[in-house]
Design a protein around this ligand. Structure first.
Ligand SMILES: [Zn+2]
Ligand SMILES: [Zn+2]
Length: 210
């Protein structure tokens, strides 16, 4: 985020809205609506004071009054351990990615997104640091919080757990919503949909190897 200027045209009231879409902090090529290249369109940064988060505004989307011109930027790379997230803490007022470690090595862990302490999205995840594999098992977003980018943020948070890993998913579901979600993705790592490539450690953790 090198361009830390608040756009003179962006009204503070608009960027203080509570229901802005969210986006991971990775180096995205396109604006949120995938209409404009960020470097060409220009992105202005601001602050959402109530949530304590940075915002970004695509200048072209702003000028065109597109509804998703501004989004909240969420740190997706270093999730908060669940013990810490369960403590009273001022960060619970914002939006945080929370990690539940698996009980055993290469077992199923979980990433959650909490909005003011409430879990609004969660994904199950298996990771193996020996075989450099990751399997995303479910991505679920609470119905009241859909269409805001929480699922995409979760996927970015998951893939950031294993850069360069071989990534795959279990079944992605047959609903129109699920198809839309996966077709929208532009993942940071190559992702093999619906072909979970479990390693032996994962199979062991899943009880498949006796
Ligand atoms: Zn745009
Ligand atoms: Zn393994």
């Amino acid at each position: 985020m090198s361009e830390h200027r608040v756009s003179p045209g962006v009204s503070p009231a608009l960027v203080e809205r509570d229901d802005l879409p969210v986006r991971s902090a990775r180096d995205h090529v396109w604006c949120l609506d995938r209409k404009h290249r960020r470097v060409l369109a220009g992105v202005n940064c601001g602050t959402h004071r109530t949530l304590g988060l940075f915002t970004e505004t695509c200048n072209r989307c702003w000028i065109r009054r597109r509804p998703r011109h501004t989004w909240l930027v969420i740190d997706h790379r270093v999730p908060m351990p669940v013990d810490q997230a369960d403590q009273p803490d001022d960060r619970r007022d914002g939006i945080v990615v929370v990690a539940r470690r698996p009980v055993e090595r290469a077992g199923v862990g979980r990433l959650e997104i909490r909005l003011r302490g409430e879990i609004v999205a969660a994904a199950d995840l298996q990771l193996c640091g020996i075989d450099h594999r990751g399997v995303v098992r479910h991505v679920q977003v609470e119905p009241a919080h859909r269409q805001r980018g929480f699922g995409t943020l979760l996927l970015d948070a998951a893939l950031a757990r294993g850069p360069g890993y071989h990534w795959s998913t279990t079944g992605i579901g047959r609903t129109e919503e699920a198809r839309d979600f996966w077709a929208y993705q532009d993942p940071a790592e190559p992702l093999h949909l619906e072909q979970p490539h479990y390693c032996t450690h994962m199979r062991q953790a899943n009880g498949e190897l006796g």
